[in-house]
Every structure is written in C-alpha cells, then in structure tokens.
Design a protein around this ligand. Structure first.
Ligand code: NAG
Ligand code: NAG
Ligand code: NAG
Ligand code: NAG
Ligand code: NAG
Ligand code: NAG
Ligand code: NAG
Length: 462
C-alpha cells in the first residue's frame, strides 16, 4: 500500500533528486595499469532486421550509411513515414524524437529547425522539447521548445553562417541538470542510446546551453562525437546540416532496452564505453585483489540524508579490513578524476541520493550498499538497485529502522511520519519530499550495519 502510493507520487514527478548537490572527490589515487586496455571502438553491430519488402528506393537507402542510421531510430509506421516524407517523429510517455532525412537549417538560437525541401509533399510543423522526461512538467518548464518547420521563404533568406557535413543531434542541457543522477539518466544515457551507432560522425547542437555541463561531461561527448559541440545561441548564427535528429530516446531509469537501440547496445556496452571514455583500467573487481586491502568508498552527504555517526561507521569499516575513502559533496564534480577514484574501489556505501549514480564507474563484481532511509524504498531500488544489478554489480540494501532516522527524534515515535509514511505520502510529492528527502538524517546502528559489511566483504571474495 505504502509502496504503491509512493510509486504513484514519485513516478509522476520524478523530482527526488532535484535539489541534491553534485559530488566532488577529495582524494586522488594513483591507478595502476593492472589490465592492458585495448582501445578499440566497438564494432558496429546491426541487430535490426531490414524489411523483407524492400522497395528499390529503400535498397538505395540501405546503401547510404547515414540514411540507414537515421532510419533505425524509428520503426514501423514511423519508419514508413520517414521513407515517404523524409520526416518522422516518435513519441512515447517519456521521449519525443524527430528524425529529419533532409537538409536543415538551425536558426534563432536553436529554437527553430527549418527543413529545406524541394517538394511540397509534407507540411511540417511540430513543437518539441528535446529532453527525456516529457511526462515531468517540472523538468519540461526548464527546457526550451524547438519548432520544426517546413522551409519557407523566410528561412531561405537567412544565409548559413556555418555549413556542416555531418548530421545534427539537437538536445537540451536544461531540465534537471545540476543533479548528477538526472544528468546521466536523462541526457548521457539517452545520448548513448540515440547516437552511438553513428560512430561519432555527428555534431551535437545543445539548446539551453550550460558550459559547465559540457565541460563536466566532455570525455563522454568527445567519445560520442568527433566534433566540438555547438551552442546555437552564440552570435545568432545559422547552422546548416545535411540531416538532423531533434530529441533523444529514453527507456527507463538508467535503463537500456536493447531491442529499441539502433546499435543493439546494452548496459554492458555502455559500461565498456564509459571505461573507454575515462580510460578506466579496472574492468573487474578481482584485479583489485592485488592491493592489500579492498577499498571502500563512503559517500558522505552533507545537507540531508547525512550519516550522523560517520566516524563510527568508518572505524567499523576499517576494523573489518577495508581501506575507507570518504567523499564529500561539493558544487562541482570533477568527473574525470572521480571516475578513476571510484574505479579503484571494491565497495561503495551511500545513503539514497544522486551520488550513488557513480556506481557506474565501479568495476564488475564490486558491491553497492545503499542505505535506505525511511520511506525511500521505492526510489532506492528503482533508481539505483535494479540498475546496479544490470551493471554486473552486487547490490545490498541496508534499510534503516525507525530509530535510526533523525525523524524519530524530531517527530516522536508515535507520529504518523514514523508509524505511517503512507499518510504523509498521500498528501502529495512536496509533503513527502520535505520530510523524507530533505529533513531526514541517519544514525546508523553500527552493530547491525556490520552484518551488511561482512556480506559485502564475502561478495568480493576477501
Ligand atoms: C532501381 O533504381 C535504379 C537506380 O536508381 C534504377 O536504374 C532502376 O530502374 C530501379 N528499378 C526499379 C525496379 O525501379
Ligand atoms: C538569441 O539570443 C540572444 C542573446 O542571448 C538574444 O539577444 C536574441 O534575441 C536571441 N534571438 C532569438 C531569435 O531568440
Ligand atoms: C509546390 O506547390 C506550389 C503551389 O502549390 C506549386 O506551384 C509547385 O509546383 C509545387 N512544387 C513541387 C516541387 O511540387
Ligand atoms: C515569415 O515572415 C512573415 C512576415 O515577414 C511572418 O509573419 C511569419 O511569422 C514568418 N514565418 C516564420 C516561420 O518565421
Ligand atoms: C561570435 O562573435 C564574436 C565577436 O564578433 C567572435 O569573436 C566569435 O568568434 C564569434 N563566435 C563564433 C562561434 O562565431
Ligand atoms: C523494448 O522495446 C521494444 C520495442 O520498442 C518493446 O516492444 C518492448 O516492450 C520494450 N521492452 C521494455 C521492457 O520496455
Ligand atoms: C506511544 O504510544 C504507546 C502506545 O499507545 C504509548 O505506550 C507510548 O507512551 C507512546 N509514546 C510516546 C512517546 O508518546
């Protein structure tokens, strides 16, 4: 019952991490090249069945790699429409994506994409917000719309300031950026899903351009595209492209649905891609065995869901034989360094929050221990638990008891906040968020927690 209500509230708004801060590493570790890394681009993998009723013209398209790549972004009727008109969009609950198989002109700071066509067959006019969470109104308020118009005399008058010879992929870096979970979930993974099969022969056109975001993820962007990203708002420039995609595909929280990914990629391929992008040496946790002690990274939140007895926790971890690295949050994360720090760890421990997104940098076989504060079970398992298993990591949950929550003291043992979280949740998302996400800290029962740590130690075979 509680779970169901929670699911409704959270599924509908997906704001759980909105106000969380990104993380910064405080420690550097030299990473030994334990494994020789073969830096090879993943082979292009086609899993897409080419329709058996090929027409002569679609045969030609199959021979044209770029058109073929574009066609694979849509299926069924959407693909037929693309073949017939050169323009087609796919919409589902979360994502809205348009594929334009004709030359385009990106104008008006990226707010307008003109389709340059020589025929009158389609009168296109479409407004799209190129960000993954279409069903989340709060996210969408922070995303500028892009209108897609058929070429008309107005646009013909605007000259191309820049003429590019690879397709554009237009997306927004607005939405919930500022929170690492959302940055990965709604932009980085959708970018990988949508563009990896282009083999870097494309240019990113980023609306709601945020320089810090581009800089934070530069290694990933560089591996997805051979070219510099474009901010269409600079100097009111008009950019012309041979083809374009507006918007990104999205599946679910940190999820990959292989059958709907043009290159047939999976979480496995994404993790390989991350290792390539960040030059991470440790593929499997067993390589860490060469180090004397297994390294445990403790994500130390500062504002909410804070560990009130962190020192005691660290002592207990060290006593069990871990080398403990404590990472504190800060406004800007140097992901390039942090990815390496995480890659060297065998265990990650953190209270539910955006910092756990960094589990994606752990080596295969590492253990994620999520501390689940009161009433956060659903978010915990859906945002980080299920994805961790998908990543080839072991996943353990430490669900706190009411007494371990700071809310126990704040509200008293008999308050409905403690005894009946469902009643708070039913008052709406913000009532839930204010109490359980923002007001709650955790004082771990170290004796009980120890059992979880012992299990973690066993899982990494130490
Ligand atoms: C198929 O396309 C080729 C080249 O464009 C053309 O010469 C040929 O006549 C076409 N065949 C049919 C059956 O339309
Ligand atoms: C584009 O952005 C500039 C500067 O941000 C602004 O002055 C201008 O009005 C914008 N143009 C359009 C068409 O939105
Ligand atoms: C486009 O439409 C105009 C007016 O309806 C017509 O004169 C013109 O021939 C059409 N062009 C093409 C390429 O069909
Ligand atoms: C084209 O120009 C006309 C008049 O100059 C204007 O009313 C119309 O809004 C313009 N259309 C677009 C798509 O910019
Ligand atoms: C924008 O304009 C400024 C000043 O005119 C120029 O220095 C800069 O190179 C231009 N940027 C681009 C991307 O064209
Ligand atoms: C994966 O994508 C396919 C094709 O769009 C769809 O039929 C299927 O339901 C999706 N699976 C999941 C688990 O979403
Ligand atoms: C909570 O309720 C129980 C049983 O109703 C009662 O015995 C206890 O004194 C209450 N505790 C507080 C702190 O009010």
């Amino acid at each position: 019952m509680v779970k169901e209500q929670q699911k409704l509230v959270i599924g509908a708004t997906s704001l759980a991490f909105l106000l969380l801060l990104p993380w910064i590493y405080v420690a550097f570790f030299h990473v030994n090249p334990l494994e020789s890394w073969k830096h090879k681009l993943t082979n292009w993998r086609g899993n897409d069945q080419i329709s058996s009723k090929k027409t002569n013209s679609s045969m030609e398209e199959v021979n044209d790699p770029l058109e073929f790549q574009l066609r694979r972004l849509v299926r069924g009727e959407d693909r037929i429409k693309l073949d017939n008109t050169g323009f087609s969009c796919h919409s589902d609950l979360h994502s809205d994506l348009c594929v334009i198989n004709k030359p385009v002109k990106v104008d008006k700071n990226g707010s307008t994409v003109y389709i340059i066509s020589s025929s009158n067959q389609s009168q296109v006019e479409r407004l799209i917000k190129p960000y993954a969470l279409q069903d989340d109104q709060t996210a969408m308020k922070r995303v500028s719309p892009v209108q897609i118009l058929d070429d008309d005399s107005n646009s013909s008058m605007a000259p191309c300031h820049f003429t590019h010879d690879v397709p554009a992929v237009v997306f927004s870096s607005g939405g919930f950026t500022g929170n690492q979970f959302h940055e990965i979930d709604e932009i980085i993974i959708p970018l990988f899903i949508t563009t990896r099969h282009f083999r870097s022969r494309l240019k990113f056109v980023i609306t709601d351009f945020k320089p810090w975001w581009v800089s934070k993820y530069r290694k990933i962007l560089k591996h997805l595209s051979h070219y510099e990203v474009i901010n269409p708002a600079v100097n009111g420039s008009v950019h012309c492209f041979p083809r374009a995609v507006v918007g990104l595909k999205y599946h679910d929280y940190l999820a990959f649905n292989m059958t709907d990914i043009p290159g047939g990629y999976s979480m496995f391929d994404f993790r390989n891609f991350l290792r390539q992008s960040y030059n991470l040496k440790i593929k499997n946790v067993k390589f860490n065995k060469r180090e004397k002690k297994p390294v445990l990274i403790l994500l130390s939140r500062q504002n909410s869901r804070r560990f009130l007895n962190e020192n005691e926790m660290v002592d207990s971890m060290e006593e069990l034989g871990f080398e403990v690295v404590v990472i504190r949050p800060s406004r800007m994360l140097n992901l390039d360094k942090f990815a390496e720090v995480v890659n060297r760890c065998s265990v990650m421990v953190g209270a539910h929050g955006a910092g756990l997104t960094n589990e994606m940098f752990l080596p295969d076989g590492a253990v994620v221990v999520q501390v689940v504060p009161l009433a956060l079970d659903w978010c915990a398992s859906n945002y980080f638990g299920a994805p961790a298993s998908e990543m080839g990591l072991h996943y353990l949950e430490y669900k706190i008891e009411p007494k371990e929550s700071s809310l126990w003291e704040t509200y008293g043992a008999n308050d409905s906040v403690i005894t009946d979280p469902g009643s708070v949740i039913s008052k709406g998302y913000y009532a839930f968020k204010d109490v359980y996400l923002d007001e709650q800290n955790v004082k771990i029962n170290v004796g009980r927690f120890r059992e979880t740590l012992v299990r973690a130690m066993k899982l990494i075979d130490r």
